[in-house]
Ligand binder design. Structure first.
Ligand SMILES: Cc1cc2nc3c(=O)[nH]c(=O)nc-3n(C[C@H](O)[C@H](O)[C@H](O)COP(=O)(O)O)c2cc1C
Length: 171
């Protein structure tokens, strides 16, 4: 067999081996549209990857479906004094009580650096998700996403998918 006839070697991720696409959900809360815009930017990026992708506002999302996903990207604005918005607390509590290290997560959000706790809700989610899930990445954006944020969005999406394809971390 000469060089050109050799079989092509391909590397497979665990997902390829099971021949099914990774299931990814984006779940976000937004009042004035900034976080929704960021969620939609991430959706557009993830659409170009080979994943089964869904996007939900928190009001549309059923907590009962949480364990169906290999990866969940959570988007939140920050309220009060660095607080998680009321509508996002049930998602926070669900991840906390499920304690599923096999779900890869990432958290993104918009905030206003005028406030002392910039994107405090992202920090609170990050600390909990690090303990109770397989946390891959965080992303904080000042109010509406701008052009300089798009590269950061790419990196965030890449980190989420890479971590999810690696499987459950050894603790
Ligand atoms: C009453 C109030 C409190 C806020 N508190 C914070 C805060 O503590 N930290 C922060 O980074 N942003 C804070 N913000 C800013 C919002 O998080 C920011 O405008 C965000 O982009 C809104 O997201 P949305 O457009 O998706 O609703 C506050 C805004 C309001 C109106």
């Amino acid at each position: 067999m000469n060089k050109s006839q050799e079989p092509i070697q391909r590397s497979h991720s665990p997902m390829d081996l099971t021949n099914c696409k990774m299931k990814v959900a984006i779940v976000y809360a937004s009042v004035s549209g900034n976080t929704k815009e960021l969620a939609e930017e991430l959706y557009q990026i993830l659409l170009t990857k080979s994943v089964h992708l869904s996007i939900y506002s928190i009001e549309e999302f059923s907590l009962a479906d949480l364990c169906q996903y290999n990866a969940v990207a959570i988007g939140t604005y920050t309220w009060g004094n660095g607080e998680i918005p009321k509508e996002m607390r049930r998602l926070y509590q669900a991840f906390e009580s499920l304690n599923r290290k096999e779900i890869t997560t990432a958290v993104f959000g918009t905030g206003d650096s005028f406030y002392p706790m910039f994107c405090g809700a992202v920090d609170q989610f990050r600390d909990m998700l690090y303990v109770h899930t397989n946390l891959a990445a965080t992303l904080k954006v000042e109010l509406r996403p701008q052009e300089q944020d798009f590269h950061r969005c790419d990196k965030f999406a890449e980190a989420l998918l890479l971590r999810a394809s690696m499987g459950i971390p050894v603790s």
